[in-house]
Design a protein around this ligand. Structure first.
Ligand code: FAD
Ligand code: FO1
Length: 503
């Protein structure tokens, strides 16, 4: 860390200088600070925002937030884009009303829009948040090349409790190897957030007016193939409510988390936080701080929850950050690649195409139910995700095909898809990453196996199938009613049109 980024209430280990401005004597007074927000879409508990405001105050310049809406973001559909934009719409209002920080939205490619905005406002510093995904890293590298010499760029890990590059400097074998490293850093990083400082200078240029309604309407129309879901309200307030509201996870679900989290019949046994964490509408650090406060009352449940929320989640970022092939067979360890290849030609009891799997047309009613839960409800239970992905390995022609199909379906239908956790979940299930070798068997080789009988021993399989059937039935019924209502509204408005007399 160089001195240029100092004078901030953010731990220096959380910040990386991607580019240092070249200071010359001819330069006029410094320009504003721009925070390019992408993964951490929130106002509260946001280290990147805190750093941007600190830096603006240090330079006595204003700060603005910029968001880039990509034309195509890894195949996202109405379900994910609608959720994200509704959250951003509230965020825009909050930025304007409570912090008086302008919020700019650009559409297109970030490698064009962000440098041109920096140029236009004469920025001196760009602050960005962090994602280990290759696309985002590629854009940042390009932006570093494109911006002028007078602009510095700081990257802040606002997503992880322990910044990815601090937790470990290499690809970890599994939870066992990263846990100790993360735990050693927790006293330094699992701390309360400082208060966001008031800005010393306000943005003088005009703010942007954003037509959110039209934007959302267009996005919903274009991505209509995978419609929005109703059960998960978007935004920071809804996220906090899900964590700690009167019916929130810490209030109700936490005490039985250690046992209920493996029962797909109890979706409320999980926190339901993954969509909010994925879009950064809540900080994992806030979730951890609040859960930690309850450790004396529920020590085991809090321990299990923090293991998932911190160790497992941050292990996923470690994998995607240090393994360039995080979503392909090449990213598996040698033993796993070998065993999968040894069994690639084994006879399969069933072979299904991607279309058959997508339509839940298999002979396994349990698998079909989990697929339908994901397609219609946008969130498959965590336990079923493992079974679901492992069965795809069993029923397709090769491990690579299985992985491609699993990632495709996961990202298309899950509200929390396109996340390091998703790539790692699929790689764990199909390629054994972060796992050990097991007794060798057909198709799976030494990759851990799961089957229907095992599920039957763990939970009420028929109950889960019936639960999903009801759930999907209710969703379809409500959709049908909404469609009828909107048609009826259209009819009424047509009937109310003034009738022009024929002359
Ligand atoms: P909770 O049990 O309440 O967990 C709280 C948080 O801890 C989660 O939101 C998540 O951030 C983290 N967490 C929990 N389990 C894991 C795990 N196994 N690995 C890493 N972090 C974890 N998670 C996603 O966020 N997006 C995905 O696209 C995704 N796809 C998956 C695909 C497969 C095949 C598998 C096996 C797992 C996948 N997971 C994914 C991980 C996990 O299943 C979900 O994070 C979890 O079910 C989300 O529900 P929750 O927030 O209610 O979970
Ligand atoms: N982030 C953006 O900055 N712009 C987008 O247009 C955008 C779309 C998007 C769609 C689906 C989705 O799951 C995430 C999306 N994100 C977007 C968020 C973010 O960039 C990602 O969550 C991270 O890259 C994940 O590490």
């Amino acid at each position: 860390m160089t001195t240029a980024a100092a004078d901030t209430s953010v731990q220096l280990g959380r910040i990386r200088v991607l580019k240092e401005a070249i200071i010359t004597n001819q330069l006029p007074k410094p320009g504003p600070v721009v925070y390019w927000m992408f993964r951490d879409q929130r106002l509260r508990d946001n280290w990147a925002l805190i750093h941007a405001v600190d830096q603006a105050n240090k330079r006595n310049v204003p700060v603005a937030v910029a968001f880039n809406l990509f034309d195509r973001f890894l195949g996202a559909k109405a379900r994910q884009l609608g959720f994200m934009l509704r959250g951003l719409q509230q965020l825009h209002l909050d930025f304007q009303q409570t912090l008086h920080i302008p919020f700019f939205l650009f559409q297109g490619e970030a490698i064009d829009t962000i440098p041109s905005f920096l140029e236009e406002c004469g920025a001196s510093l760009l602050v960005t948040d962090f994602s280990p995904l290759r696309q985002v890293r590629g854009w940042k590298e390009e932006i570093v090349k494109r911006v002028s010499d007078s602009v510095s760029i700081h990257e802040v890990d606002a997503h992880n409790v322990v910044p990815t590059w601090v937790a470990s400097d290499k690809l970890e074998y599994g939870a066992r190897t990263i846990r100790r490293k993360i735990n050693n850093w927790l006293p330094a990083y699992l701390i309360e957030f400082p208060k966001l400082m008031p800005q010393s200078r306000k943005w003088g240029n005009p703010n942007q007016i954003i037509d959110w309604e039209t934007l959302i309407e267009n996005v919903l129309r274009e991505g209509a193939e995978v419609p929005e879901i109703e059960w998960c309200k978007s935004g920071e307030n809804a996220a906090l409510e899900t964590l700690m509201g009167t019916k929130g996870f810490l209030t109700i679900g936490l005490k039985n988390y250690s046992t209920d989290r493996n029962n797909p019949l109890k979706p409320k046994g999980l926190s339901g936080l993954s969509p909010y964490l994925h879009f950064g509408q809540i900080s994992a650090q806030r979730c951890a701080i609040e859960a930690h406060k309850l450790r004396k009352v529920n020590p085991q449940a809090v321990g299990t929850f923090l293991e998932e929320l911190i160790v497992r989640r941050e292990l996923s970022d470690n994998f995607c950050y240090y393994q360039p092939h995080y979503d392909s067979l090449q990213g598996a360890w040698d033993w796993a690649q070998k065993t999968l290849m040894d069994h690639a030609l084994d006879a399969r009891e069933h072979l299904y195409t991607r279309e058959q799997l997508e339509k839940a047309q298999t002979a396994d009613l349990l698998w079909n139910a989990s697929q339908l839960e994901m397609v219609h409800n946008g969130k498959m239970h965590g336990f079923m995700r493992m079974y679901w992905a492992k069965k795809i390995l069993e029923w397709t022609t090769s491990p690579q095909e299985a992985l491609e199909i699993a990632v495709y379906l996961n990202d298309k239908y899950h509200l929390d898809g396109r996340d390091p956790n998703g790539y790692v979940g699929c790689m764990w299930s199909i390629c054994g990453i972060h796992d050990q070798g097991w007794r060798e068997r057909p198709v799976f080789g030494k990759i851990r196996y799961m089957n229907y009988a095992g599920c039957k021993r763990k939970f009420d399989v028929d109950g889960y199938i019936a639960y999903v059937k009801r759930l999907v039935g209710d969703i379809k019924k409500r959709k049908g009613e909404t469609l009828l209502n909107s048609k009826a509204k259209q009819l009424t408005s047509i009937q109310q049109l003034p009738v022009k007399k024929l002359t």
